[in-house]
Design a protein around this ligand. Structure first.
Ligand SMILES: [Fe+2]
Ligand SMILES: [Fe+2]
Length: 159
């Protein structure tokens, strides 16, 4: 049974991405301030789901179309490499064998990486991508991105 997916057709791909970036920033702030390890792990689980849903939908509906153009290759490679680096940190955080110290150190690194990545996307990559994708495509990709992001979250909510 599929749940309803909410799509705001006024959001182009960049508005939709930035709305989710704000959610990620808020989660990082909460995670950084929390000191209780069990509560930190619960906030991390929320952040993990959001990061995975976001990266999958962003790679398919922003970086793939941008990559079709020569001038979009470098920025797409750079961004996707950073997604992969975040995935590796997430894997460490999910490994039940790591000590609390290692967990907290890796968590701090992940928060730094997320903040760096969002800033670089918003300040550099999205501006370049706007020049590559025409307005109509930016609008359609916004809807596709939102559907994929929501469906991913619904499908993986229990992991
Ligand atoms: Fe990204
Ligand atoms: Fe992003």
């Amino acid at each position: 049974m599929s749940k309803q997916v909410n799509v705001d057709l006024n959001q182009d791909i960049f508005a939709a991405l930035i709305a989710n970036h704000e959610v990620q920033r808020d989660m990082c702030d909460r995670l950084e301030k929390e000191t209780d390890l069990a509560k930190r792990k619960a906030i991390f689980a929320e952040l993990k789901l959001e990061l995975h849903a976001h990266a999958a939908a962003e790679e398919r509906h922003l970086y793939m179309p941008v990559m079709q153009h020569d001038e979009g290759l470098d920025l797409s490679r750079h961004a996707i490499t950073e997604h992969h680096e975040m995935d590796e940190m997430i894997e460490t955080l999910e490994d039940g064998r790591v000590s609390a110290d290692t967990w907290n150190e890796t968590c701090a690194k992940l928060i730094d990486k997320v903040r760096h990545h969002l800033k670089e996307e918003e300040n550099e990559f999205f501006g370049e991508a706007k020049k590559i994708l025409d307005d109509d495509l930016q609008q359609r990709l916004g809807a596709l991105y939102q559907v994929e992001h929501e469906e991913y979250e619904q499908a993986h909510a229990d992991e």
